[in-house]
Design a protein around this ligand. Structure first.
Ligand SMILES: NC(=O)CC[C@H](N)C(=O)O
Length: 264
């Protein structure tokens, strides 16, 4: 089935065109849709095969990055969104979009706790600065997210964020995330570097070097890095100095997600 991808727009979201290009190169038909078009009923989420919440500075990062857009989404579109997720359709939140999914309680989800209190959050980088650099990511082989799991090699993608550090309520949460396969992606050292990982390979100080999480169903993925900005060979910082590539590494993730959505 052909995949229509809804790229969510909202005040302060600024990587929607990049996300649209990535979806298009991956074989989907992207449509950039403002949250008000969905809330007003002019467009229905249910008519799409996948949802992308792009990066940016939604609502100026007020009250914490992603917080206000999360509240807006839950209040105006909560039901449609929950149905979309329950249907198993892919939802990808990138950077600010990841922050939105976490603050909305969609990621990592309930962790099977009786009170379902959020045990995971994203907060200020350990460096206390905005981090804008290229990093290397690897999939957690035990993740429940099929489009992350199918990344069979480390990939190079950029990050650009101030609040990307994953913090957990306690150590038991890390064990739970691991045991339930909710850790999708991790920062790793540069390809060919066998040093132990630390800053800046882990750009924000995330516990367990976590770069991306998924839900228990595996169809909702959030990640801090920007795979949509690593889809063309020329986007790589060393593209003139290294052997020519056919495409950027980030495209793998989009292709996996589009293929998954097409098979539903
Ligand atoms: N590139 C982004 O999406 C940035 C997210 C958010 N505004 C932050 O600084 O953490």
């Amino acid at each position: 089935m052909h995949v229509r991808a809804l790229i969510l727009r909202a005040p302060g979201i600024n990587r929607d065109r990049d996300a649209a290009l990535a979806c298009e190169l991956a074989g989907a038909t992207p449509e950039r849709i403002h949250i008000n078009q969905l809330a007003g009923g002019a467009v229905r989420l249910a008519d799409y095969g996948m949802l992308l919440i792009p990066g940016g500075f939604s609502y100026g990062d007020h009250l914490g990055a992603g917080r206000l857009l999360a509240i807006d989404l839950v209040h105006r579109l909560g039901e449609a969104l929950h149905r979309f997720v329950e249907d198993g359709r892919p939802v990808i939140g990138i950077c600010n979009g990841f922050q939105v999914l976490v603050k909305a309680g969609l990621l990592p989800g309930c962790l099977a706790e009786p009170d379902c209190a959020p045990a995971v959050t994203l907060t200020d980088n350990a460096s206390e600065r905005f981090e804008c650099r290229w990093v290397t990511l690897e999939a957690n082989p035990g993740t429940r997210c099929p489009f992350a799991r199918d990344l069979t090699r480390p990939i190079e993608v950029p990050v650009a964020h101030g609040e990307g550090r994953i913090a957990l309520r306690d150590e038991a949460t890390l064990a739970l995330l691991e045991a339930q396969g909710l850790i999708a992606l991790r920062y790793t050292t540069a390809i060919g570097d066998d040093q132990a990982i630390s800053y800046p390979a882990n750009p924000n100080g995330s516990v367990g070097h976590i770069a991306g999480l998924c839900n228990a169903q595996g169809n909702v993925l959030g990640l801090m890095p920007h795979p949509e900005n690593a889809v063309l060979p020329q986007q790589h910082p060393r593209w003139t100095r290294e052997e020519a590539r056919d495409e950027g590494d980030g495209l793998l993730l989009f292709r996996n997600a589009v293929r998954y959505a097409a098979a539903l």
